[in-house]
Design a protein around this ligand. Sequence first.
Ligand SMILES: [Zn+2]
Length: 72
Amino acid sequence: MSEEKTIAYCMKCKAKREMSTEEAVYTANGSPATRGVCSVCSCTMFRMGRTEAHDSIPKPAKQPTKKKSKKK
Ligand SMILES: [Zn+2]
């Protein structure tokens, strides 16, 4: 088995770079994504999309943003 690197676009390098210390996360919208660090400049990278790692983490429940307090 070969180690597969996640390629993501680095905003700082303005190029596609290998992602190191990648971590499966869910965005505030509940969309699966991967967060990591650029192997070249060490800035934070973010890549949308589901990966195998998402199977092991719980998906956050979508919270309805209905917080209307009508009080004077
Ligand atoms: Zn970079």
